[in-house]
Design a protein. Structure first.
Length: 193
């Protein structure tokens, strides 16, 4: 203190409140800033823990979903393999009575021509029935019907008194299986005039 500002003896010095206010404010702000940082750090730590828990949960869900999809794929592959392996089972089962009839017919030693013919006709009906049950349908176009290259195979073109590109004669029946050509019908076709 300068001699001019020195208080006289016996008097109490006066303190200017504005001179000490910044110090008090600064010292009070430091603990509040420390408390605010501690709260922010605690909040961030809690948020990090929550995010880690969510991440672990999502990772677990992902692994479970991946395992489930792998199991479903494996089951589907097994079903496809079984379907391929046993696809002909029903078809073969429907042909067994035909086989039995043929064997029974051949077992008869002294059959007449009429008996052989009747046995062959009965066996043919069994075979046609077995094929129909398995969606095998004959392709036998009528004479004069339009030639269809998707279901017919032309062996030759012959002169005929009918429209060009129509079926003249069926040499061999064709067959469809579930509406897909198994074998096209062999036909002769009317040649252009």
């Amino acid at each position: 203190m300068s001699p001019e500002n020195t208080p006289a003896e016996g008097t109490t010095p006066t303190i200017d409140p504005s001179a000490t206010a910044p110090q008090a404010a600064g010292s009070a702000a430091e603990p509040q800033a420390a408390i605010g940082e501690a709260d922010a750090l605690a909040a961030l730590t809690n948020e990090l823990a929550d995010l880690k828990a969510k991440n672990a949960d999502l990772a677990d869900q992902y692994l479970r979903a991946k395992a489930e999809s792998e199991n479903a794929r494996r089951r589907a592959d097994d079903e496809i393999a079984k379907a391929r392996k046993f696809a002909l089972e029903s078809f073969a089962e429907s042909l067994l009575p035909v086989l039995d009839s043929l064997e029974a017919g051949l077992a008869v030693q002294e059959a007449t021509v009429q008996q052989v013919r009747e046995g062959a006709e009965a066996t043919l009906k069994q075979l046609q029935s077995a094929l129909a049950r398995n969606k095998v349908v004959a392709i036998a176009p009528e004479q004069g019907s339009k030639f269809d290259p998707h279901q017919h195979q032309a062996i030759s073109m012959v002169p005929a008194d009918q429209e060009t590109n129509t079926v003249v004669n069926v040499l061999q029946k064709g067959y469809l299986i579930a509406e897909r050509v198994l074998r096209p019908a062999l036909v002769t076709v009317a040649a252009p005039k």
